[in-house]
Design a binder for this molecule. Structure first.
Ligand SMILES: CC(C)(COP(=O)(O)OP(=O)(O)OC[C@H]1O[C@@H](n2cnc3c(N)ncnc32)[C@H](O)[C@@H]1OP(=O)(O)O)[C@@H](O)C(=O)NCCC(=O)NCCS
Length: 239
Protein backbone atom coordinates (compact mmCIF):
# COMPACT_ATOMS: atom_id res chain seq x y z
CA UNK A 1 0.00 0.00 0.00
CA UNK A 2 1.48 3.38 -0.83
CA UNK A 3 1.55 6.15 1.76
CA UNK A 4 -1.49 8.02 0.46
CA UNK A 5 -3.77 9.41 3.12
CA UNK A 6 -7.27 8.03 2.83
CA UNK A 7 -9.54 10.30 0.81
CA UNK A 8 -12.71 11.73 2.30
CA UNK A 9 -15.63 9.42 1.47
CA UNK A 10 -19.15 10.82 1.45
CA UNK A 11 -22.31 8.78 1.87
CA UNK A 12 -25.88 9.89 2.34
CA UNK A 13 -25.54 10.28 6.11
CA UNK A 14 -21.83 10.07 6.75
CA UNK A 15 -18.56 11.71 6.04
CA UNK A 16 -15.55 9.43 6.45
CA UNK A 17 -12.34 11.36 6.84
CA UNK A 18 -8.72 10.99 7.95
CA UNK A 19 -8.14 11.51 11.66
CA UNK A 20 -5.68 13.72 13.50
CA UNK A 21 -4.57 14.08 17.10
CA UNK A 22 -7.45 16.51 17.58
CA UNK A 23 -9.81 13.53 17.32
CA UNK A 24 -8.35 11.82 20.39
CA UNK A 25 -10.99 13.09 22.88
CA UNK A 26 -13.90 11.90 20.72
CA UNK A 27 -12.28 8.52 20.07
CA UNK A 28 -11.56 8.18 23.78
CA UNK A 29 -15.20 8.93 24.58
CA UNK A 30 -16.90 6.71 22.02
CA UNK A 31 -14.38 3.92 21.54
CA UNK A 32 -13.12 3.51 25.10
CA UNK A 33 -16.31 1.86 26.37
CA UNK A 34 -17.03 -1.73 27.31
CA UNK A 35 -19.91 -1.85 24.82
CA UNK A 36 -17.42 -1.43 21.99
CA UNK A 37 -14.23 -2.98 23.35
CA UNK A 38 -15.80 -6.22 24.61
CA UNK A 39 -16.16 -7.29 20.97
CA UNK A 40 -12.55 -6.56 20.09
CA UNK A 41 -9.46 -8.71 20.38
CA UNK A 42 -7.49 -8.61 23.61
CA UNK A 43 -4.77 -6.65 21.83
CA UNK A 44 -6.87 -3.58 22.65
CA UNK A 45 -6.20 -2.62 26.30
CA UNK A 46 -9.00 -2.93 28.83
CA UNK A 47 -9.64 -1.08 31.11
CA UNK A 48 -9.04 1.53 28.47
CA UNK A 49 -6.41 3.97 29.76
CA UNK A 50 -7.43 7.64 30.12
CA UNK A 51 -4.92 8.54 27.41
CA UNK A 52 -5.60 5.40 25.35
CA UNK A 53 -6.84 7.17 22.25
CA UNK A 54 -4.08 9.74 22.27
CA UNK A 55 -1.40 7.09 22.74
CA UNK A 56 -2.91 4.94 19.98
CA UNK A 57 -3.06 7.84 17.54
CA UNK A 58 0.35 9.22 18.37
CA UNK A 59 2.34 6.02 18.80
CA UNK A 60 0.68 3.59 16.40
CA UNK A 61 -2.02 4.76 14.07
CA UNK A 62 -0.76 8.04 12.66
CA UNK A 63 2.79 6.68 12.08
CA UNK A 64 1.30 3.59 10.40
CA UNK A 65 -0.93 5.73 8.18
CA UNK A 66 2.01 7.98 7.29
CA UNK A 67 4.09 4.91 6.44
CA UNK A 68 1.33 3.55 4.23
CA UNK A 69 0.74 0.52 6.44
CA UNK A 70 -2.95 1.15 6.89
CA UNK A 71 -5.90 3.31 5.91
CA UNK A 72 -8.08 4.68 8.67
CA UNK A 73 -11.28 6.66 8.35
CA UNK A 74 -12.98 8.45 11.20
CA UNK A 75 -16.75 8.32 10.78
CA UNK A 76 -18.57 11.61 11.26
CA UNK A 77 -22.27 12.35 10.91
CA UNK A 78 -23.26 14.79 8.23
CA UNK A 79 -25.08 17.79 9.53
CA UNK A 80 -28.80 17.59 9.10
CA UNK A 81 -30.93 20.67 8.95
CA UNK A 82 -33.30 20.77 11.90
CA UNK A 83 -36.81 19.92 10.79
CA UNK A 84 -39.52 22.31 11.86
CA UNK A 85 -42.32 20.88 13.97
CA UNK A 86 -45.95 21.77 13.29
CA UNK A 87 -45.10 24.14 10.49
CA UNK A 88 -43.45 26.62 12.84
CA UNK A 89 -39.93 27.07 11.56
CA UNK A 90 -38.69 28.40 14.91
CA UNK A 91 -39.84 25.33 16.86
CA UNK A 92 -37.83 22.19 17.05
CA UNK A 93 -38.36 18.90 18.80
CA UNK A 94 -35.54 16.87 20.25
CA UNK A 95 -37.66 13.76 20.72
CA UNK A 96 -39.43 11.21 18.58
CA UNK A 97 -39.81 10.94 14.85
CA UNK A 98 -39.81 14.62 14.08
CA UNK A 99 -36.75 15.26 16.15
CA UNK A 100 -34.26 17.81 15.07
CA UNK A 101 -30.86 16.23 15.35
CA UNK A 102 -29.16 19.32 16.64
CA UNK A 103 -30.24 21.69 19.34
CA UNK A 104 -31.83 24.93 18.20
CA UNK A 105 -29.54 27.84 17.72
CA UNK A 106 -28.31 29.35 20.92
CA UNK A 107 -28.88 26.21 23.00
CA UNK A 108 -25.92 24.15 23.95
CA UNK A 109 -26.01 20.38 24.18
CA UNK A 110 -24.89 19.03 27.53
CA UNK A 111 -24.16 15.49 28.69
CA UNK A 112 -26.90 13.73 30.62
CA UNK A 113 -26.78 11.37 33.57
CA UNK A 114 -23.12 10.45 33.26
CA UNK A 115 -23.71 8.97 29.81
CA UNK A 116 -21.13 10.75 27.69
CA UNK A 117 -22.78 9.72 24.44
CA UNK A 118 -26.10 11.32 25.17
CA UNK A 119 -26.98 14.93 24.91
CA UNK A 120 -30.02 16.88 25.83
CA UNK A 121 -31.31 20.12 24.39
CA UNK A 122 -31.81 22.28 27.41
CA UNK A 123 -35.45 22.27 28.35
CA UNK A 124 -36.50 20.35 25.27
CA UNK A 125 -35.74 16.64 25.54
CA UNK A 126 -33.12 14.25 24.31
CA UNK A 127 -30.93 14.63 21.30
CA UNK A 128 -28.31 11.99 20.71
CA UNK A 129 -26.40 13.69 17.98
CA UNK A 130 -22.93 14.87 18.89
CA UNK A 131 -21.55 17.93 17.14
CA UNK A 132 -20.91 17.58 13.45
CA UNK A 133 -17.42 16.52 12.44
CA UNK A 134 -16.87 14.69 15.72
CA UNK A 135 -15.55 11.19 15.15
CA UNK A 136 -18.20 8.68 16.31
CA UNK A 137 -16.71 5.56 14.75
CA UNK A 138 -14.03 4.25 12.45
CA UNK A 139 -13.20 1.83 9.66
CA UNK A 140 -9.65 0.74 8.99
CA UNK A 141 -7.95 -1.41 6.42
CA UNK A 142 -4.55 -3.08 6.56
CA UNK A 143 -2.78 -5.18 3.96
CA UNK A 144 -1.45 -8.52 5.11
CA UNK A 145 -2.58 -11.84 6.41
CA UNK A 146 -3.04 -11.58 10.18
CA UNK A 147 -5.60 -13.60 12.16
CA UNK A 148 -7.79 -10.50 12.63
CA UNK A 149 -8.14 -9.94 8.90
CA UNK A 150 -7.71 -6.75 6.92
CA UNK A 151 -10.57 -4.56 8.00
CA UNK A 152 -12.02 -3.49 11.33
CA UNK A 153 -14.79 -1.15 12.43
CA UNK A 154 -16.57 0.28 15.43
CA UNK A 155 -19.34 2.76 16.06
CA UNK A 156 -20.47 4.68 19.15
CA UNK A 157 -23.08 2.58 20.93
CA UNK A 158 -25.95 5.09 20.80
CA UNK A 159 -25.80 5.02 16.98
CA UNK A 160 -26.08 1.25 16.54
CA UNK A 161 -28.86 -0.35 14.54
CA UNK A 162 -29.48 2.45 12.05
CA UNK A 163 -27.56 0.92 9.17
CA UNK A 164 -24.72 3.41 9.58
CA UNK A 165 -21.86 0.93 9.60
CA UNK A 166 -23.26 -0.85 6.58
CA UNK A 167 -23.35 2.51 4.81
CA UNK A 168 -19.74 3.23 5.82
CA UNK A 169 -18.52 -0.19 4.74
CA UNK A 170 -20.14 0.14 1.32
CA UNK A 171 -18.25 3.39 0.75
CA UNK A 172 -14.96 1.95 1.98
CA UNK A 173 -15.30 -1.20 -0.12
CA UNK A 174 -16.21 0.81 -3.22
CA UNK A 175 -13.04 2.80 -2.69
CA UNK A 176 -10.79 -0.18 -1.91
CA UNK A 177 -12.01 -2.43 -4.70
CA UNK A 178 -12.80 0.03 -7.46
CA UNK A 179 -10.32 2.83 -6.87
CA UNK A 180 -7.39 1.18 -5.13
CA UNK A 181 -7.91 -2.03 -7.02
CA UNK A 182 -7.41 -4.49 -4.17
CA UNK A 183 -8.39 -8.03 -5.12
CA UNK A 184 -9.61 -9.45 -1.83
CA UNK A 185 -9.99 -8.74 1.84
CA UNK A 186 -10.47 -10.95 4.87
CA UNK A 187 -12.77 -9.85 7.68
CA UNK A 188 -13.19 -11.53 11.04
CA UNK A 189 -15.65 -11.36 13.94
CA UNK A 190 -16.32 -13.27 17.13
CA UNK A 191 -19.16 -15.76 16.80
CA UNK A 192 -20.67 -13.87 19.75
CA UNK A 193 -20.96 -10.67 17.70
CA UNK A 194 -24.14 -10.95 15.61
CA UNK A 195 -24.17 -7.25 14.65
CA UNK A 196 -20.73 -7.48 13.09
CA UNK A 197 -21.69 -10.72 11.36
CA UNK A 198 -24.80 -9.08 9.96
CA UNK A 199 -22.83 -6.14 8.55
CA UNK A 200 -20.65 -8.66 6.73
CA UNK A 201 -23.67 -10.48 5.40
CA UNK A 202 -25.06 -7.15 4.16
CA UNK A 203 -21.82 -6.18 2.43
CA UNK A 204 -21.00 -9.07 0.14
CA UNK A 205 -18.84 -11.22 2.42
CA UNK A 206 -18.64 -15.00 2.05
CA UNK A 207 -18.01 -17.15 5.12
CA UNK A 208 -14.80 -19.15 4.82
CA UNK A 209 -14.64 -20.86 8.20
CA UNK A 210 -13.44 -20.15 11.71
CA UNK A 211 -10.27 -19.04 13.42
CA UNK A 212 -9.38 -18.61 17.09
CA UNK A 213 -9.09 -14.99 18.27
CA UNK A 214 -9.55 -14.15 21.96
CA UNK A 215 -11.94 -11.28 22.54
CA UNK A 216 -12.46 -9.25 25.70
CA UNK A 217 -15.92 -10.61 26.43
CA UNK A 218 -14.17 -13.82 27.40
CA UNK A 219 -16.62 -16.09 25.61
CA UNK A 220 -15.84 -18.57 22.91
CA UNK A 221 -12.68 -17.50 21.07
CA UNK A 222 -14.06 -18.99 17.90
CA UNK A 223 -14.30 -16.29 15.27
CA UNK A 224 -15.80 -16.28 11.83
CA UNK A 225 -13.51 -15.55 8.91
CA UNK A 226 -15.01 -14.05 5.79
CA UNK A 227 -13.77 -13.10 2.36
CA UNK A 228 -14.83 -10.27 0.09
CA UNK A 229 -13.41 -10.35 -3.42
CA UNK A 230 -13.46 -7.59 -5.99
CA UNK A 231 -15.45 -9.81 -8.31
CA UNK A 232 -18.07 -10.54 -5.66
CA UNK A 233 -18.21 -6.89 -4.67
CA UNK A 234 -18.69 -5.76 -8.28
CA UNK A 235 -21.53 -8.25 -8.63
CA UNK A 236 -23.01 -7.16 -5.31
CA UNK A 237 -22.91 -3.52 -6.45
CA UNK A 238 -24.21 -4.33 -9.93
CA UNK A 239 -21.11 -3.02 -11.70
C1 LIG B 1 -20.68 -3.96 14.73
C2 LIG B 1 -21.14 -2.52 14.64
C3 LIG B 1 -20.05 -1.67 14.01
C4 LIG B 1 -22.43 -2.46 13.80
O1 LIG B 1 -22.77 -1.10 13.57
P1 LIG B 1 -24.26 -0.68 13.15
O2 LIG B 1 -24.21 0.67 12.55
O3 LIG B 1 -25.18 -0.93 14.27
O4 LIG B 1 -24.54 -1.74 11.99
P2 LIG B 1 -25.80 -1.75 11.01
O5 LIG B 1 -26.92 -1.01 11.63
O6 LIG B 1 -25.32 -1.31 9.66
O7 LIG B 1 -26.15 -3.30 10.92
C5 LIG B 1 -26.30 -4.05 12.12
C6 LIG B 1 -27.13 -5.27 11.82
O8 LIG B 1 -26.98 -6.20 12.90
C7 LIG B 1 -28.25 -6.54 13.39
N1 LIG B 1 -28.09 -6.86 14.81
C8 LIG B 1 -27.69 -6.05 15.79
N2 LIG B 1 -27.69 -6.74 16.96
C9 LIG B 1 -28.08 -7.99 16.67
C10 LIG B 1 -28.27 -9.16 17.44
N3 LIG B 1 -28.04 -9.18 18.76
N4 LIG B 1 -28.67 -10.29 16.81
C11 LIG B 1 -28.90 -10.30 15.48
N5 LIG B 1 -28.73 -9.21 14.68
C12 LIG B 1 -28.33 -8.08 15.29
C13 LIG B 1 -29.08 -5.31 13.15
O9 LIG B 1 -30.45 -5.62 13.20
C14 LIG B 1 -28.60 -4.94 11.74
O10 LIG B 1 -29.13 -5.82 10.78
P3 LIG B 1 -30.41 -5.45 9.86
O11 LIG B 1 -30.06 -4.18 9.14
O12 LIG B 1 -30.56 -6.63 8.97
O13 LIG B 1 -31.55 -5.25 10.80
C15 LIG B 1 -21.46 -1.95 16.06
O14 LIG B 1 -22.39 -2.81 16.65
C16 LIG B 1 -20.23 -1.83 16.93
O15 LIG B 1 -19.50 -0.86 16.87
N6 LIG B 1 -19.99 -2.86 17.79
C17 LIG B 1 -18.87 -2.82 18.71
C18 LIG B 1 -17.54 -2.95 17.99
C19 LIG B 1 -17.51 -4.17 17.10
O16 LIG B 1 -18.13 -5.18 17.37
N7 LIG B 1 -16.72 -4.07 16.02
C20 LIG B 1 -16.59 -5.17 15.08
C21 LIG B 1 -15.59 -6.12 15.59
S1 LIG B 1 -15.49 -7.54 14.49
Amino acid sequence: MNGMRPPVLETERLRLRPVTLDDAPAIQRYFGTWAVIQHLSTQVPWPYPPDGALRFLEDTLLPDVAAGKCLFWGITLKGERPRPVGGEPEQFSCEGEGASERPPEGERARPVGGEPEQFICEGEGASERPPENQVVGAVHYRDGDGPKGNRGFWLAEHLWGRGLMTEAVVAVQDYLFFERGIERMIVVNSIDNPASRRVKQKTGARLLGTVQVQHHHGGDATSERWEVTREAWAEFRGR
